[in-house]
Ligand binder design. Structure first.
Ligand code: WTA
Length: 647
């Protein structure tokens, strides 16, 4: 880690929304000292049909969190109608860049509102009512944000399942929250893949989801797909006859807006539930200040809407702020490794927000792909999803940002709804690799394993948050007890993040990574327990243990230790069937990078797998194995070391 500090340029600071550390500190201190007054003022940035009675009410022991109780609003009204009413209907709201560089579309606020109202009526026509769950299993096509906003308009709760998930994963997520409708597309295109079988996966899932009444299918590629009469309808056909006016439903601040599943350290994925008022206030406020978003800017977040970053910082935050937001269907290396920079050049992007894994993949291809494009529109760069390490930070800063664009390294989680630790681009002197300081209203603390707060600087511990913020998740859908157990029970009185962090001598926060059994592979959260379960379903497998290891592009790779049933021999066929099983059960993004067969796993005498040892071997840190005397059979360690495959 570097001691070098990169201060914002005067030119940037002078025009920035927060332009000095003094301003940051004053506002921050104020937000912590007078939270209710502070958050009441911030909430005025959106339009309420009725003001709240109570700004906040939370109890981190019972896991009860409420913001702006009694307030009434509609998210789709805030993202669309109010901008049209203010005379900005002809401003571009959404730019869609297709996988094929020759394909793009733009939607003004008028046009987006028109589509959203019509689709809201389609949903109503299919029997969707306030509170019903609507699942979306789509690639990055404009109908996805239209469907999200249409749900928000009528008070339906969307649950988006990332398009790379398998039919089984989709089925489980639909069943967990009993979705009534599924929206999907015929097939999908991404990079050189021109035929991703979305509808046929959806059909497999829906065969085992009793709650689904209808499937709406967007015609993206025109590939022929099976349509089940009475159940399936084409998007374009229902839209053609839909009424163009649909009044927004008045929602309570605490009515659910969406569910988004995320992996935890154990068992089934959790349905993270976000509500209406606080979430919109928080995403809109963070989006504006952290990206220094100003009227007329063209803002691009490269994330997939199937993850929280896309929900908060492609759709809700930007549109609430009347930003022009870009969504991209493709991948960074198609048609070549300069695609991101082509898009920046083509749409004159001002703020660019991506993940370190993409930067690493692009960096290794050299600078010619960058220098051949005009990136002069860029004013600010952002990073999210995993720690950004110094080499890619510097490359981002020098080669992409030409040394003049501040980089906001934003730390947050599906659970937090919005960004929690971040620089403010016109104020914060940057240290490469540090997410720097808390955003307004956020009180991070470092805890010891026993739950004691660690004061002072130059310390490390478990990252927790001391008080609630408006974007915080409210529950795990259908399992409030699991919500309490996962986030509050271990350290009563705090929200526990699952991450470790360091606070350096200057008070800067550095995220050191997950302290639980959650991996971060290419910025995707993957629960080791889920991967182990899916390996275990392959024929011939007796047991599996999965850990992470450092991977040059992905950040973390997946390393699986597998024991086979007696009489089953190690073979490439077994390996292939393990990979196939993971792809089928979860999706291709969770496939192990390394599979090591072993006659046994290192276990304690009580039968607990010692993952610490497995991590060391995966990382090839063989000199620092630590104490292995508590193992039931210590000799297994040498066997594992001897048979470790070269990576
Ligand atoms: C990690 C993504 C370091 C972290 C928004 C967190 C980061 C998990 C950063 C959440 C960052 C996210 N620096 N680590 N800037 N941003 N993480 O729920 O481990 O997909 O707990 O949300 O990603 O992943 P999730």
């Amino acid at each position: 880690m570097s001691d070098q500090i990169y201060s914002p340029s005067n030119a940037f600071s002078e025009k920035a929304l927060v332009s000095s550390m003094n301003d940051y500190r004053n506002l921050y201190n104020n937000s912590i000292k007078y939270p209710e007054a502070f958050w009441a003022e911030v909430a005025d940035r959106i339009t309420w049909t009725k003001k709240w009675d109570n700004v906040r009410d939370f109890d981190f022991v019972k896991g009860q969190i409420k913001w702006y109780e009694g307030g009434k609003l509609n998210v789709s009204y805030n993202c669309l109608d109010r901008h049209v009413e203010d005379g900005h209907g002809n401003q571009t709201a959404l730019i869609w860049e297709g996988n094929n560089p020759e394909e793009d579309e733009t939607y003004t606020f008028n046009e987006l509102l028109h589509e959203v109202q019509k689709f809201a009526n389609v949903l109503k026509g299919l029997g969707v009512e306030k509170g019903d769950r609507v699942c979306m299993y789509m690639q990055m096509i404009p109908q996805l944000p239209v469907a999200m906003l249409a749900c928000a308009r009528i008070g339906a709760v969307h649950s988006i399942v990332f398009g790379a998930f398998s039919a089984e994963s989709l089925r489980d997520r639909i069943n967990d929250s009993s979705c009534k409708i599924l929206i999907t597309q015929d097939t999908g295109v991404r990079g050189t893949k021109l035929n991703i079988p979305m509808k046929s996966n959806a059909d497999k899932a829906v065969a085992e989801t009793p709650s689904i009444q209808h499937v709406v299918v967007v015609q993206r590629t025109g590939e022929s797909v099976d349509m089940t009469e009475g159940r399936d309808t084409w998007w374009h056909e229902s839209m053609a006859s839909a009424d163009a006016v649909c009044k927004p439903v008045e929602m309570d601040a605490e009515d659910p807006l969406f569910i988004l599943y995320t992996s935890g350290s154990t068992g089934q994925p959790k349905g993270v539930l976000h509500t209406t008022g606080g979430y919109l206030v928080y995403t809109s406020y963070t989006h504006e200040k952290i990206f220094d978003y100003k009227e007329g800017d063209i803002y691009w977040c490269t994330a997939d809407i199937g993850w929280i970053t896309g929900h908060s910082y492609i759709v809700y935050g930007p549109l609430a702020n009347r930003a022009t937001t870009v969504m991209f269907e493709g991948v960074p290396n198609f048609p070549d490794y300069g695609r991101f920079w082509d898009v920046v050049d083509k749409h004159k992007i001002n703020q660019f927000y991506t993940a370190p894994t993409a930067l690493r993949a692009l960096m290794k291809e050299g600078n010619d792909h960058v220098t051949s494009r005009d990136l002069s529109s860029l004013r600010l760069l952002g990073s999210v999803g995993e720690p950004i390490k110094e080499p890619e930070w510097k490359w981002y800063h020098e080669i992409i940002g030409k040394g003049t664009c501040p980089i906001v390294d934003t730390w947050w989680q599906t659970e937090t709804g919005g960004i929690m630790l971040t620089p403010l681009p016109g104020a914060t002197p940057l240290k490469p690799g540090s997410a720097t300081f808390p955003y307004f209203g956020i009180e991070p603390v470092l805890l010891t394993e026993e739950g004691q707060e660690i004061d002072g600087n130059n310390v490390a511990g478990l990252l927790a948050i001391k008080t609630s913020w408006p974007g915080q998740m409210r529950t795990i859908y259908g399992d409030h007890d699991r919500f309490i157990q996962t986030y509050f029970a271990m350290y009563p009185g705090y929200y526990f993040t699952g991450d470790g962090a360091r606070r350096d001598k200057d008070g800067y926060y550095w995220i050191t990574g997950r302290v639980d059994d959650v991996l971060n592979v290419s910025g995707h959260r993957i629960g080791t327990a889920e991967v182990e379960g899916s390996i275990g379903k392959a024929i011939g497998v007796a047991e599996a243990a999965v850990v992470g290891f450092q991977h040059v592009i992905k950040g973390q790779g997946i390393y699986a230790y597998v024991t086979l049933m007696t009489g089953v021999d190690e073979s490439d066929d077994i390996k292939a069937s393990i990979l196939a099983s993971v792809t089928k059960e979860i999706g291709p993004h969770s496939k192990p990078d390394v599979i090591q067969f072993t006659p046994a796993l290192p276990k304690t005498r009580s039968g607990k797998i010692m993952r610490r040892i497995l991590r060391k071997i995966a990382e090839n840190e063989l000199d620092s194995m630590g104490d292995i005397s508590t193992l039931a059979d210590p000799s297994i360690v040498q066997k594992l070391i001897k048979t470790r495959p070269a990576i």
